[in-house]
Design a protein around this ligand. Structure first.
Ligand code: MSP
Length: 521
């Protein structure tokens, strides 16, 4: 069976996950669900990055032990993922024994091989990003290029990972594997970064304790990125004595994807593959870097007070509209903006008007004119019929091409063009006029079947993004959940449908003025 392994970044435990980092997880969930529908045995991993100075500092501030802080955050994050309908197969935490034991072994192996060596680090460090920065990376000589905050000077004995040794091999690998880093613009960024020459990476710290101690020299803790990146292997049981998952999903797997935000591209495109090369683990993954969810004012930040938490939106407007909005608003690799105004507009137009109305109008007509049952017609009755069948096939093809490459926005655009085509088909064929003419009963039945087919196909295609909505629509079409499969993603796959007597309102229209009054958005 074809397999697919999909990972999110693991989230820092220093604060609550907001709508921006939830995007990473929701997008991976969409990708995972898409692959499952497509017949892949899919393993979807997410988890928490629990070590480092930032977490140690946060715990101190709250007068808690780091462990109790990360336990709390892990619990609330896992709960959040349940509420967001995230279908992860595992949830790895870097403070777990199954993880840190292997990280220690990885470190010792690299040390014994000479890929890690002891030296002294003197330079600039960004605590919030847990990143060592070179002089050329600093903005105005002291600010972090990623978060803009002031860096600190550090000087300490450190272990280093020898990156230079692997620089050429990595560059060659990237050039020979065009899909390794996507999208293309990000790949080019990585190539030019490597071409400027890599400096060896500092991989241990002595100035804080909250981390995985180096076995052979425990005054050092393993610096977060070596620790964090290894989660993608430790979760699969790599080197644990029980590495069935590792063999199945990595070594012998069909597809492996790491999905990350653009800000952590370098760690995944350079340090991680070099670690794997040093460990002689085959590079099986493709790396997809997505953009950021921004607010009107730019980045979300506690100090500006513009942070949106996903459950705020879910509690007001439901889960699927949020998942839909985030996925539809972000184009591959670029940033997207979250505003309630735009959210409500998309909700009303795409969901309430276009999709919701199509489903309820069609089901009502099937009840009114056909006692709720339609059968597959054996003939075509209108000039539009064949065109509609062609349209369905085209949309499915483009949707799959788009979703395969993580271009969800483009894929959903296609799906909505089919929703639009279905609505237009109603205007063209005028079923209520056909209903009045006894000679047109077969034509009417054919029109309604084709409409239900368009809805059914749309339902399968939106299922990765809006799983609950897809379940409801399928039920309304009188089909059980086994029909949610790409094996049935074509016109005519179902012969008969007996629809529900009373369709529910899937998406109740929102009034922007009222919402503004209610919530002051
Ligand atoms: N712990 C590291 C990742 C280690 S992976 C081995 C980390 N954690 S994070 O919590 O800061 O970020 C996790 C993910 O959330 C990253 O992919 C980051 O790009 C993403 N996002 C954080 N803010 C975001 C937005 N506003 N919008 C979209 N994604 C954002 O980095």
């Amino acid at each position: 069976m074809k397999t697919c392994y999909i990972t999110t970044p693991i989230y820092y435990s220093s604060g609550n996950v907001h709508i921006g980092n939830s995007y990473s997880t929701i997008a991976c969930d969409v990708f995972s669900r898409y692959h499952r529908l497509n017949g892949y045995d899919t393993f979807f991993l997410t988890g928490m990055d629990e070590h480092g100075q930032k977490i140690e500092n946060a715990a101190k501030k709250q007068q808690k032990s780091p462990q109790s802080l990360v336990d709390e955050i892990a619990k609330s994050t896992e709960e959040l993922w349940k509420n967001l309908n995230i279908s992860n197969n595992d949830f790895i935490r870097t403070s777990e024994e199954r993880h840190y034991r292997i990280v220690q072994a990885i470190f010792e192996r690299l040390l014994a091989q000479g890929d890690i060596y002891l030296g002294e680090y003197e330079g600039d460090y960004c605590v919030p990003c847990e990143a060592f920065l070179t002089k050329t990376q600093l903005v105005n000589e002291k600010f972090c290029p990623d978060c803009g905050r002031e860096t600190i000077k550090v000087k300490e004995e450190s272990y280093f990972l020898n990156l230079k040794k692997y620089e050429k091999r990595l560059l060659q690998y990237i050039k020979e594997h065009p899909h390794f880093i996507q999208p293309e613009t990000r790949k080019n960024e990585v190539i030019s970064f490597i071409e400027q020459g890599l400096e060896d990476l500092c991989v241990s710290r002595t100035s804080f304790q909250w981390g995985i101690p180096v076995l052979s020299n425990p005054k050092h803790v393993i610096y977060v990125w070596i620790d964090a990146l290894s989660n993608y292997l430790t979760a699969l049981g790599y080197q644990s004595g029980n590495d069935e998952l590792y063999r199945k999903y990595w070594l012998e797997g069909t597809k492996v994807f790491h999905i990350v935000g653009k800000d952590i591209l370098r760690f995944h495109a350079i340090y991680w593959p070099i670690m794997l090369m040093a460990l002689e683990v085959p590079l099986r993954f493709e790396l997809i870097a997505h953009g950021w969810i921004l607010m009107k004012e730019g980045k979300m930040s506690k100090s500006i007070g513009n942070v949106v938490y996903p459950m705020d939106v879910v509690n007001r407007y439901g889960l699927d509209p949020l998942r839909f909005y985030l996925i539809k608003e972000m184009s591959l690799g670029n940033d997207g903006v979250f505003t309630y105004e735009r959210f409500i507009e998309k909700y009303n137009v795409d969901l309430a008007n276009d999709l919701g109305n199509l489903v309820s109008r069609t089901i009502s007509m099937v009840n009114k004119y056909q006692q709720g049952i339609v059968y597959k017609p054996t003939a075509t009755y209108f000039s539009w019929d064949q065109e509609v069948e062609g349209k369905i096939a085209d949309v499915i093809q483009t949707y799959q091409n788009d979703f395969n490459r993580f271009a969800f926005q483009d894929g959903l655009q296609e799906v909505w063009s089919l929703v639009g085509r279905a609505n237009k088909y109603i205007d063209e064929t005028i079923p209520w006029a056909l209903a009045k003419d006894p000679n047109q009963q077969k034509a009417l039945q054919s029109v309604l079947y084709r409409l239900l087919e368009m809805i059914r196909v749309v339902t399968i295609m939106i299922a990765p993004v809006m799983p609950d909505t897809a379940h409801i629509i399928l039920e309304e079409l009188g089909l059980d959940q086994t029909h949610l499969s790409f094996l049935e993603l074509q016109y005519g796959a179902v012969d008969t449908m007996k629809v529900t007597e009373k369709p529910i309102v899937l998406f109740k229209r929102l009034d922007l003025e009222e919402e503004i009054k209610k919530y002051g958005i």
